[in-house]
Design a protein around this ligand. Structure first.
Ligand code: AOF
Ligand code: ZN
Length: 349
C-alpha cells in the first residue's frame, strides 16, 4: 500500500529515533520533525539518556530563515510529547510556546506521568492533534521501553552460542565457540542493553567480565546469581570495577559498585526481572548458562532469543536449550563461521 504523507514523515521520525539506539534506554527512542509546505525545516531525536528530548532538538535545528514558519508547520513525533518535569522540562509546553498548530503522533506515551495528558492539553489549547499514525511500528520500535514502563520488568533477550551439533560448551571448561566477528556483534549487543545476567555455573567456569571490550559505548549493569556464595573473590565479576548486582548473600569486603541482594534461597526469573527492572534497566541480556535459559524459557519470561551457531562440532558437552514454541525467526545472517539467528516471541491475541 502506498504510504500516506503522514506515514512517510512518521517513518522518517522512526529513522531519526533509531539514531538514539543503545544511548537512551531506559528512555524511549524518539524522533521528531517539522514539516512546512512539503519541506522538512527541522529534525531531531533523543540522543542521550538525560539529554534534551527529540522535540527540543528538532526545534533547535530550525535555521534562522525558517524560524518564522514554525507556528505554521506540522510537528511529527514518534511518541506523545512529555507532560512532566523529568530530567528535562515538558515538551508539551515548548510546543505551545512555539505556537505550533498541528501535531502528528505515532504512540501515546504509556508512562503514567504522560499517558494522553499532553494530547489533551494540546487539543484544549486549540492544537490539531492526530494520533496512532503507524502505531504498530512505533510500538515495535519502543518495545523495550513499553514493556518496562508497563510492567516494571525489562525486555528479556536470551543469548547463547552453540556448535553445529547443538552444544554450548564442554562440562566445567570455558569453551570458545563463536568466531571473532560474531564476538564483536555480541559486544555491540551488550552495549545496547542495560543489564547482562549470568548464572553461577557460567560465572564459575567462564570467569566472564561481561564488558564491551570488543566494541564501544556504555557498559551495562552486570548481574550474577550466586546464592550459595561460590564465586571466588578473584573472579572478574567480583572485582568491583563496574556496577554489579549479585543475587546472593552479602560478602565481606570494601565494595563500592557491587551490590548484594542478600538472597539466601533460590530466586526465580520473574523475581530477577523485577529486581533488575527496579534498577532502571529496560533491556536485559541473559547470557546463560543453559539452566538459567531453561528457567526463563520454562516460565515464559523471555521476549527474544539470539542464537549464534558456529560451524565447529564438539561431539559431546552441555546441550543447548531447545527453542520454545512461539519463537519465530525474525532475522538471520551469516558472520564468518557463525550463523546469527534472532527469534521473537509471537503473541497470539
Ligand atoms: C518526549 N520526547 O524525546 C522522549 C520522551 O527524564 P526525562 O525528562 O528525560 O523524561 C523521560 C520520560 O520522557 C520517558 O520516561 C518518557 O515518558 C518520555 N520520553 N518524551 O517528549 C522524547 N525521550
Ligand atoms: Zn519531552
Amino acid at each position: 500500500m502506498v504510504p500516506t504523507t503522514h506515514e512517510r514523515y512518521m517513518r522518517r521520525c522512526f529513522d531519526l529515533a533509531l539514531l538514539g539506539a543503545g544511548k537512551v534506554s531506559p528512555n524511549p527512542m524518539v524522533g521528531a520533525l517539522l514539516e512546512y509546505k512539503g519541506r522538512i525545516i527541522g529534525e531531531g531525536w533523543h540522543r542521550q539518556f538525560g539529554g534534551p528530548h527529540a522535540e527540543v532538538n528538532c526545534i533547535d535545528s530550525v535555521r534562522e530563515d525558517d524560524r518564522a514558519f514554525i507556528p505554521h508547520a506540522t510537528l511529527y513525533c514518534s511518541l506523545e510529547p512529555c507532560f512532566h518535569y523529568g530530567k528535562t522540562p515538558p515538551c508539551v509546553d515548548l510546543i505551545l510556546r512555539e505556537k505550533i498548530g498541528n501535531v502528528v503522533i505515532a504512540n501515546l506515551d504509556p508512562n503514567p506521568k504522560v499517558a494522553g495528558q499532553s494530547v489533551e492539553k494540546l487539543r484544549a489549547a486549540g492544537v490539531e492533534v492526530i494520533v496512532d499514525v503507524l502505531k504498530e511500528q512505533g510500538a515495535e520500535l519502543n518495545r523495550y521501553f513499553f514493556k518496562w514502563i508497563r510492567t516494571g520488568r525489562p525486555y528479556v533477550i536470551l543469548k547463547w552460542a552453540q556448535t553445529a551439533d547443538g552444544f554450548i560448551g564442554r562440562e566445567s571448561e570455558r569453551t570458545p565457540i563463536s568466531g571473532p566477528a560474531a564476538m564483536h556483534l555480541v559486544h555491540k549487543w551488550r552495549s545496547e542493553v542495560d543489564a547482562i545476567l549470568v548464572g553461577t555455573k557460567t560465572a564459575l567456569t567462564d570467569n566472564p567480565r561481561l564488558d564491551i571490550r570488543h566494541y564501544f559505548g556504555k557498559t551495562p549493569l552486570r548481574a550474577v546469581l550466586d546464592i550459595a556464595g561460590k564465586i571466588p573473590a578473584g573472579h572478574f565479576l567480583l572485582d568491583d570495577s563496574t556496577p554489579t548486582l549479585v543475587f546472593g548473600k552479602t560478602r565481606a569486603g570494601d565494595f563500592k559498585h557491587t551490590q548484594f541482594t542478600g538472597h539466601k534461597s533460590t530466586i526465580d526469573p520473574e523475581e530477577i526481572a523485577e529486581q533488575i527492572g527496579a534498577k532502571g534497566c529496560a533491556i536485559l541480556l541473559v547470557e546463560g548458562g543453559s539452566v538459567l535459559h531453561e528457567q526463563f524459557i520454562g516460565q515464559n519470561a523471555w521476549d527474544e532469543i539470539r542464537i549464534l551457531t558456529n560451524k565447529k562440532r564438539l561431539g559431546t558437552g552441555i546441550s543447548a536449550p531447545g527453542l520454545p514454541p512461539g519463537a519465530a525467526l525474525s532475522e538471520s545472517m551469516a558472520i564468518g563461521d557463525d550463523l546469527v539467528e534472532v527469534f521473537r516471541r509471537v503473541t497470539v491475541s
